[in-house]
Write a protein that binds this ligand. Sequence first.
Ligand SMILES: Cc1cc2nc3c(=O)[nH]c(=O)nc-3n(C[C@H](O)[C@H](O)[C@H](O)COP(=O)(O)OP(=O)(O)OC[C@H]3O[C@@H](n4cnc5c(N)ncnc54)[C@H](O)[C@@H]3O)c2cc1C
Length: 399
Amino acid sequence: MANSRHVVIAGAGPVGCTTALMLAQADIKVTLLEAESELLLDMRASTFHPPSLDMLEKLGVTPALISQGLITPQFQYRDRLDGLIAEFDLAAISDHTNHPYRLQAEQYKLTRIIADMLPDYPHVDFQYNARATDLKQNDSSVTVHYETPDGRQSVTADYFLACDGSNGFARKILNIDFPGFTFPELFLVVSTTDDINEAVPDMCPVAYIMDPEEWVAVIRAPEMWRFMIPTKPDMSDEEILDLDFLESRIQGIAPSDKKYTISHSTLYPVNQRVAETYRKGRVLLAGDSAHLNNPLGGMGMNGGLHDGVNAAEKLIQILNHGASEDLLDLYDRQRRPIAVEYVQAQSIRNKKNLEEKDPAVRKQRQDEIRATLDDPQKSLELMMQVSMINSINKSKAIQ
Ligand SMILES: Cc1cc2nc3c(=O)[nH]c(=O)nc-3n(C[C@H](O)[C@H](O)[C@H](O)COP(=O)(O)OP(=O)(O)OC[C@H]3O[C@@H](n4cnc5c(N)ncnc54)[C@H](O)[C@@H]3O)c2cc1C
């Protein structure tokens, strides 16, 4: 039998934690199952876009996140040979958001802030070492089975939200297809605690550097500069993660007489995939379990947070205000096309622009970026796009 106004969430990543907090604040009982024994020290995402900060502000999270992050209003497009192409300032979108900047803060900071807040809500049962493995549903409830060190357990609730990341168990059990593709190359993230501005004084904390051989996404997090670059498919992981090789990558971006301190390096496989549906009965998919995209533009976690908030709004309407379950289909209609038409399209375009090999097309692209900077209307439109405000507005307009 279903518990009264109860939602089970699998996955205490950024999306699961945020959604759990939002439901808890609406007085809904939440069981949050996390497979690992503690929160992951996950440094993948380090950019929070303005609408995400606006949403997290309503939950009381943004001030703590800002205190651990780096406010970054400007971002640049650069060319490895020619240097700066254009610098944009998100101050231009201040009529559309309370946070007209990107906040650079690693995703683990968000999950930790929220995990510290959840004990304030006694109706939240947050379990570590709890790996969801199976689910069954009927017209009135969903039962989730999960493995714990003490054996197999189960919990029955009104709805289940799968926020369990790219390997999503619910998607597989429910036979929800996940079409798309995997890039042949791995992406390397290499970080240094040294100050890159000593070598390249005008490098902004967020910069996208075009290059036909090795494009770069530069992200400055509070404690380090991070560089994301593609790798060659014929290199082994050991060759790529070799310290001399890593050093040579940073030297190629910011040449210096000094040797760089390498503080962190990781290789990531990169996918572009969207689940064929975000809803099956009483189960909703959100975040990486619903969609994967390349990290250029920082839209994976942010898009996932926007899913989670949208899904939680619908569940609150249904559970607290007696709204129709048709709202769950609206969740799918509002969020899935955004992943397909906006996030997938934009992230693939971002990669293509950075790695363009044809010099004439590269020059044309650079001219377009400069022309956009010179035209206030076009410039505003670009910033509404890259900050994901357009995607939220588009999603809200779907009925
Ligand atoms: C190099 C790189 C850089 C990136 N940078 C950005 C960026 O700047 N901005 C951005 O928006 N996005 C970025 N992303 C994407 C971002 O990291 C992901 O989109 C984000 O982590 C998704 O959050 P999530 O909560 O959906 O899933 P995850 O963060 O994957 O969390 C899933 C959680 O579920 C748990 N879990 C898994 N299976 C189960 C189970 N069966 N039962 C219970 N728990 C389970 C896991 O242990 C984990 O804690 C980047 C990705 C990469 C690879």
